[in-house]
Design a protein around this ligand. Sequence first.
Ligand code: ZN
Length: 686
Amino acid sequence: MTRIFCHFFLFLVGSLYAQHQDKVDFTEAQVLVEPLPSTKSVKGTVTYQFTVLVSVDSVFLDAHQMQFHQVLLNDKKIKFRATEEKLVVPHKFKKGRTYQLTTTYSAQPKQTLYFMGWDDDIKDNEQIWTQGQGKYTRHWLPSFDEMQEKVIFDLSILAPKGYEVIANGKLLSQKDSLHKSLWKFDMQNPMSSYLLAFAVGKYKKQKLTSNKGVAIENFYLPKDSARVEPTYRYTREIFNFLEEEIGVDYPWQNYKQIPVRDFLYAGMENTGTTIFSDGYVIDSTAFVDKNYVNVNAHELAHQWFGNLVTEKDGNHHWLHEGFATFYAYLAEREIFGDDYFYWKLWETAQELQRISDNDQGEALTDPRASSLTFYEKGAWALVILRERLGKEFFKKGVANYLEKYAFKNVTVDDFLKELENAGQTVLSDFKNTWLNNTAFLGEEARTLLIAKCPSLKLFYSEEIKRAYLDSIFEGEHPHQLKIALLEKFKSQLSSEELLELTKTTDVLTRQKGIQLLEEVPPNMESAFASYIEDDSYITKELALYKLWSQFPENRKKYLEATKDIVGLPNKNVRLLWLTLAIVTPDFEPENTPKFIVELEDFTSQAHTWETRLGAFQYFSEIGFTEKSLEHLIMATEHHSWQFKKYARNLIEQLLKEDTLEKRISGIFEKLNSGELRYMKSKLDTK
Ligand SMILES: [Zn+2]
C-alpha cells in the first residue's frame, strides 16, 4: 500500500490478532460474488477445498456479520455456527483427507467493499471496488484474516450489464444475460485473502506488453482518455526495469491498474490488480506537481515483495513496505536520474533523523511501527545493506530468497539468511544497527549520500555561502540542490533576490522561490505575472493568489487571465479562482451567485473528497452557505478517515459559533441516520 499523506497513522497488520488454523490447509476456492448497488450489499457462494493435516473437530472461515443461507460439506448439508466474525463448521475432520466446504451467504459490508456514484444522477460515474488490507476481506467474502493461509482463488463476478469488471487473475469469459454480466477469472497460484480484489466501472483500457511478454492493462474512464499518457507515463519502463533488477520473473499471469473514486490510500497492490486513487489521473501540466510514477512502481514491486513472498505476521512488515519503497526508488532513479534518488533519500533521512533525535525512533522489527519507519527507514536499511554487500551479491540473495519462498510466508531472518549465503558474510551487525535499533544512523546515511552524490557533497561543503548562490543558480546543477539552498538561505534573501535567482531556472525551483516570497516587488509585477503561464498548477495557484492579494487594482485582469484553468485533480486553481471571484465585488457582479453555486457544488458528493476538502477550506474562509454546510455534515460519515476527520474537526470549530448551531439544526431533516446521530452527539456535548 502507499500512504497519501506524510503523517504516520498506525497501521496494525491484520494478522497480529488473526487465528491460524495450522491443522488444515485450504488450497483452492471457487468464488461467485454479486455486488448489489441498489442495497449496497453483496451475495455469493464460495467453495473451499482443504486438506486435513492433523485430525480436528472443527474448521472456520472469517466472516463479518454474514447471513449464511446454506453450508455444505462434500455437497451434503451440515450444521454450522455463525458468530459476528466467523463461520464455524464442527465435524470430525480426519487426518490426510480432503474436504470441500461450500457456503452461500449475503452481507451488507460497512467497509472493504465500496459503492460509489449509484445514488446520484451523474451518468457513468458508478463504481464498485474493494480494499482488503487493513479492512479485511471477510466483510464481503468468507475468507482468512490470517496471511499464512494462501489459497488459489478463482473469482467470478456477477455485475450489472454494461460495466467493465476487473479482478485478480486472467479473464476467461464474459457472458451477458438480460441485465447482468458474468465475468470469470482464473488464478494459477495461491495468495493471501487480503490481496483479493475486484473493481467495476465504465472503464476502457490501454494495453501494453512487457519485454518478457506480460500483458499490462491500464484502465481509465472515457472522459480521461487524454490523460492516459501522463497518468501511466513510464509504466513499461518501470515494469521492465523491476523484472530485470529483481532478477525473478513477474510472478502472476497479468497486471492491471485501475483508478477509483475516493480511494482510501494512494494505491493498493492486490495480486496482479493494483487499485489506486483517481487523484493520480492527471494531465501533462500536472505531471511535475503530482504524478503516479512512485505509486506505480511501489505497488508493482509489492507483486514480488508482499504478494509472492508474504510476511508471516506484522513483525516482518519491513519485508513488504521497506522493499516496495526501496525498489520504487530504484525505478525512479532509472527514470529521473541519480540526483532524484539521492535527494529523495536525503529528504527522508532528515525526517527520520529528527524523529530519532526526539527519542521517537522505532525499530523495523516493531509490528506497531509507523508508516514512516516501515517505508522510509525500511528503504534506507536496504540501501545500506546493498552498499555493504555489493550490488551483485545483494541481487543474487534477493533472487534466491524470492525463489525459495515463492508463494509462501517469510520472516526477516529468512531473508537475512539468503543474503548471508549469497554474500558469504554475517549480517548480525546490520540486524542490530538497522533493524532492531530504534535510532536512525544518520551519520552512516549522510556519509553514503556525500560519497555517492556530487550535488549533495556540494551542499554539505564548507564553501557554500550566500555569495555563491548566483553562480550555482546559473550552473547546471540539479533543482534539488537549488531548492535546498533556497531553504537554507531564505532568511538572507530579499524578495528581489529570490525572484532574480529563480527567474530562469526550472519550474520547480521557481515554484520554491515563489513559495518563499513574502511580497512581489511592485516593479516586478509584470515579470511575476508571467508565472501564471508556468507549466505547473501549483505555481499557477500561487501566482494567482499573490497577484490578486498584492495588486487590487489589477484583480479583474488576473481573474480574466485564469478563468479557464481547472488545475490538479483536486481542482486547486478553479477553487481558488471561484473564491477570489466571489470576494472581488467589481468582478462580474452579475455572475457572483453562479460562482457560489459552482463552489457549493464542489463540496458535494459528486466530487472526490480531495476536491470537497479544498472547497470546504474556502467556505470556512468566506463563510458557509446552507448548501455547503449540509454537505459538510454529510462528510462527517465519509468512508475515507482523513476526510471524515477533517469534516468532524471543522464542524467542531463551527459549533463554537452560536449562530451556526441554529443553522445546523435546520439541516437535520436532510440527514441520514448516521450523520444525524453524529451531529446530535456533538450538539449534546456542547
Ligand atoms: Zn506498500
